[in-house]
Design a protein. Structure first.
Length: 295
């Protein structure tokens, strides 16, 4: 019997009319934490994958596309990288990317689900690549909402690697006016707030546009950018927000100097990639320009 007939399948439901399937070679963990359903599997095409509430979070084959895109445009844009805050990011890969810059003196990561952090350390150690043990890392298992309320620090970059603000997501309460106010108070002068911001396909860009419209009421510069992430089988969008710096307009020379200062070899991001990330297609620009719902 051909091996394909022996495989089990992970089926990701994008919509009532769209399913994506991945052949499973091994299941390391499948269960529920206090906050969400979690699975760690190995697939035939993308290697190991982290799945939360039925949605792919990252894969061994291409997680660097997502994580380099999330972190480096924002860090390249700011002058003071000494303090960085990450909201979410349980796998540790966002932490890893931030700590590749030697001038990051401390990177604080706050994730509500300690079980996801523990599972990632056990099964997905390649993602963090030692970042959890870096003396500059401060990893807090706790509620990001409460942390933002209680914290009095300021950060050159605040990186949100939370799940999408869907009605049934534990991240939904973090996408509201009170939290936006707390985030802005925590940004140092010249700082950038960057967040993963849903999908940017022609057929599923509405949530991203709603997130962008919401944040345009709070920052002078709110720039959408996106990358195709093969394991997501989709164009994934991000937002870079600042009152002082337009991340989309960074000079190539600045990005080149920033990338040259990174520890280790980059896989995806450099000055040429930066230009491509912010070169939006007409259909997405039109959607972003529309008036519509906000959070």
């Amino acid at each position: 019997m051909p091996k394909t007939e022996q495989w089990q399948w992970y089926v990701e439901r994008f919509s009532p009319a769209e399913l994506h399937q991945h052949a499973i070679e091994e299941t390391y963990f499948a269960g529920r934490t206090a906050f969400q359903n979690v699975a760690v599997i190995r697939t035939a095409t993308f290697g190991k994958m982290l799945i939360i509430d039925g949605d792919t979070q990252s894969s061994q084959a291409d997680e660097r596309i997502y994580h380099e895109t999330l972190v480096h445009p924002a860090l390249a844009a700011i002058d003071d990288r000494s303090e960085v805050l990450i909201l979410g990011g349980g796998e540790g890969a966002t932490l890893r990317e931030a700590l590749r810059r030697p001038d990051v003196r401390r990177c604080t990561m706050v994730d509500i689900d300690g079980e996801v952090v523990a599972l990632s350390k056990r099964y997905l150690a390649e993602w963090s690549d030692g970042a959890f043990d870096d003396p500059r890392a401060s990893v807090i298992v706790g509620d990001a909402l409460a942390y933002l309320k209680e914290d009095r620090g300021t950060y050159g970059a605040i990186v949100s690697d939370l799940t999408e603000p869907l009605a049934d997501s534990p991240s939904n309460p973090l996408f509201c006016d009170a939290v936006f106010d707390d985030i802005k108070r925590r940004l140092a002068p010249g700082g950038v707030y960057v967040l993963q911001a849903s999908t940017a396909g022609f057929h599923n860009m509405e949530l991203h546009a709603k997130m962008a419209r919401t944040l345009r009421g709070r920052y002078r510069f709110v720039r959408s950018f996106y990358a195709h992430v093969p394991a997501f089988d989709n164009d994934w969008a991000f937002l870079a927000c600042s009152d002082t710096v337009d991340v989309a307009a960074l000079a190539s020379e600045r990005i080149d100097a920033y990338v040259a200062g990174l520890r280790g070899e980059s896989y995806f991001y450099d000055a040429e990639t930066h230009r491509r990330l912010f070169a939006l297609p007409i259909y997405l620009r039109r959607e972003l320009a529309k008036e519509g719902d906000v959070f």
